[in-house]
Design a protein. Structure first.
Length: 204
């Protein structure tokens, strides 16, 4: 009888701890969401998923979200300092040429697909490449596990500038990389490199 009582207590404590961890994580997310005033731009459920993934993969408090349910002529890239509870940047980001035109509607993890991949990325090292200063990304989800093989990186590009939207009504498109306005590249790279997170979302 004593043995079963002990087992029951251990299980009860285990479930209680698990429940507390979930509640605590949600409370943290709600506090950040409220302080950053993201309600008018981003659904809380998307933010909550991104925050859980950030906690899972990141080594620094810089979290970012790309909401591909929005068209490319909208600012759909959010960069957040989770410690300071501050929205650092809210800007434009491109999608892959084979993912769609104004909206990204098709996604792939296949090499040479030239489509955007959804899921969670851990941001790795900075380097200088074809587009100048860029960030290598490691896919941490089954839907983007080939990010390295596909050379999916974050970089600046002229086709990701607001001026392109004025000409075309949308951003230019990449070969699957999230490309951002050139003038922000250095700041964003320094914020996210070596341990930040990117969560790329779209409507299911």
């Amino acid at each position: 009888m004593k043995v079963w009582t002990s087992v029951f207590i251990i299980l009860l404590l285990s479930f209680s701890s698990s429940g507390y961890a979930k509640t605590s994580l949600q409370q943290q997310a709600k506090a950040i969401y409220k302080e950053t005033k993201l309600k008018k731009h981003l659904d809380f459920n998307i933010f909550m998923t991104a925050y859980k993934e950030h906690v899972r993969v990141a080594d620094k408090p810089i979290m970012s979200i790309i909401d591909y349910s929005k068209p490319s002529n909208n600012r759909r890239f959010f960069i957040i300092d989770t410690d300071k509870k501050k929205l650092l940047y809210h800007t434009f980001v491109s999608h892959g040429i084979n993912s769609g035109n104004l909206y990204a509607t098709q996604f792939s993890n296949i090499v040479d697909s030239k489509q955007t991949s959804l899921g969670t990325y851990r941001v790795a090292e900075a380097y200088h490449g074809k587009y100048g200063l860029s960030l290598r990304l490691d896919g941490m989800s089954p839907s983007n596990s080939n990010a390295r093989k596909r050379a999916i990186v974050l970089h600046g590009a002229k086709y990701a500038e607001p001026s392109t939207i004025k000409k075309l009504g949308m951003l230019g498109r990449s070969w699957g990389c999230p490309a951002i306005p050139m003038k922000l590249t250095k700041k964003v790279v320094n914020l996210l490199k070596e341990g930040g997170s990117i969560y790329a979302h779209a409507r299911s």
